[in-house]
Design a protein around this ligand. Structure first.
Ligand code: NAP
Length: 318
């Protein structure tokens, strides 16, 4: 039985692992489908303190992982399909692995995943002209026209980044007002290759036998449908928290984000903690995720000190 299992390896999970490992709690860290989390799909991280020249997202995550390993964190690959938090020790089941893992505490740091528009032509063309990851797929659109959908910081970042490859990037947003921060908006606006199609609601990804041809949109001002032509559509409309595997055992808000006791990482189940984007609807930054990972490890340590006297057969209130 592990003292602590950390589920998820973004900045929050890996920071929790570093702190737990340094406290001699030998955590088991479970890496899912996207080891390193969202930062592995980003380019330059310019706002993580300590890197005056910036650092590549994957490199930052790789460094954090090595740091956790250096202090004795154990890593395992797999998709957590089921957990049982009804009594301690808690149980964690990984798809395709016979063994059920047991732990005195669990830290949930499963982050959030890219959202899709849910329009015709989108899902069937993922990887064939539709993408949610500019860093992964931008290279394939060298000299081509690209659409980025969204009005937040992600969309601005993706649009600016994609101009490295594309001949032209059109930013399609459903309102005429952007939600992105001023600095990110300015950066995109200053880029001559970025064109703007504001106040346009995406309706359908248009394709022919060769692939993506563009995006059918409703021009909300003119109240008519139009086609914005492009060879690729990058969807950058935010994220959904990865909490389905919890099977409703942990309290979440209406969007699925884990609810933690304010100022802590405690969930509604004593001994289960949450950190990073899976519980953060406000800040969602690498540094705040890392900070909350540190909090989770410290909350966990405190819990273990007190919990040692508990009877393991104790059934928790759900
Ligand atoms: P976001 O701020 O939630 O923005 C999502 C955008 O997508 C919004 O403009 C929204 O439109 C649009 N959208 C949502 N659903 C849509 C739909 N079904 N159809 C069409 N458009 C839709 O998400 P985000 O840009 O991913 O940013 C998330 C957080 O990460 C933010 O706190 C952001 O500051 C942070 N972030 C920071 C950086 C950075 O600083 N380098 C980079 C990326 C992200 P409406 O505006 O109309 O709602």
């Amino acid at each position: 039985m592990y003292k602590s299992i950390v589920i998820g390896t973004g900045p929050s999970g890996l920071t929790a692992a570093i702190y737990l490992a340094r406290a001699n709690l030998s955590p088991l860290v479970i890496e899912g489908m996207e080891p390193g989390g969202q930062l592995t799909t980003t380019t330059e991280v310019e706002n993580f303190p300590g890197f005056p020249q910036g650092i590549l997202g994957p490199e930052l995550m790789d460094n954090m992982r090595k740091q956790a390993e250096r202090f004795g964190a154990e890593f395992r690959n797999g998709w957590v399909e089921e957990v049982d938090f009804s009594k301690r020790p808690f149980k964690v089941k990984i798809t395709g692995q016979a063994e059920t893992l047991e732990a005195e505490t669990v830290i949930i740091s499963t982050g959030a995943s890219a959202r899709y528009l849910g329009i015709p032509g989108e899902q069937e063309n993922v990887g064939r002209g539709v993408s949610t990851c500019a860093t992964c797929d931008g290279f394939f659109f060298r000299g081509k026209k690209i659409i980025v959908v969204g009005g937040g910081d992600s969309a601005m970042e993706e649009a600016s980044f994609l101009t490295r490859f594309a001949s032209e990037v059109t930013l399609v947003h459903r309102r005429d007002e952007l939600r992105a921060s001023k600095i990110m908006q300015d950066r995109a606006r200053d880029n001559e290759k970025v064109k703007w199609a504001l106040n346009r609601t995406p309706l359908e990804v248009v394709t022919d036998e060769k692939g993506v041809k563009g995006l059918k949109v409703r021009n909300n001002e003119a109240d008519q449908e139009e086609i914005v032509e492009a060879d690729g559509v990058f969807v950058a409309i935010g994220h959904t928290p990865n909490t389905k595997f919890l099977g409703g055992q942990i309290e979440t808000d209406e969007h699925g984000y884990i609810v933690v006791k304010p100022g802590t990482t405690e969930t509604n189940i004593p001994g289960v903690f949450a950190c990073g984007d899976v519980q953060d609807t406000k800040y969602r930054q690498a540094i705040t995720a890392a900070g909350s990972g540190c909090m989770a490890a410290m909350d966990c340590e405190k819990f273990l000190e007190g919990a040692m006297v508990h009877d393991w057969s104790e059934t928790l209130d759900m």
